[in-house]
Write a protein of this length. Sequence first.
Length: 90
Amino acid sequence: MVNIKFLARFKEITGEKTLEIDYTGNLSGLIDLLINKYGNAFKEALLAKNGEFKDYIKILVNGEDVNSLESEDTIGGDDEIVIFQTIAGG
């Protein structure tokens, strides 16, 4: 089971702190599944208009930033995904 942790704003949007799902596939497929489950508010919080992750969004797979993963890397098994918004201020 893939364990997904939602932090900060994503916890508020989903109403859940964690989600365990039976999933095997790539990250984009998982994101599509989550958008279908949680709707437009989740999508708008996560993605820019061009479909890329917003600059201040972080997604970690087993503690590694998704930017270090190959697009075909498979997510599944006991993987842990953490989705959160970074905090900035000035």
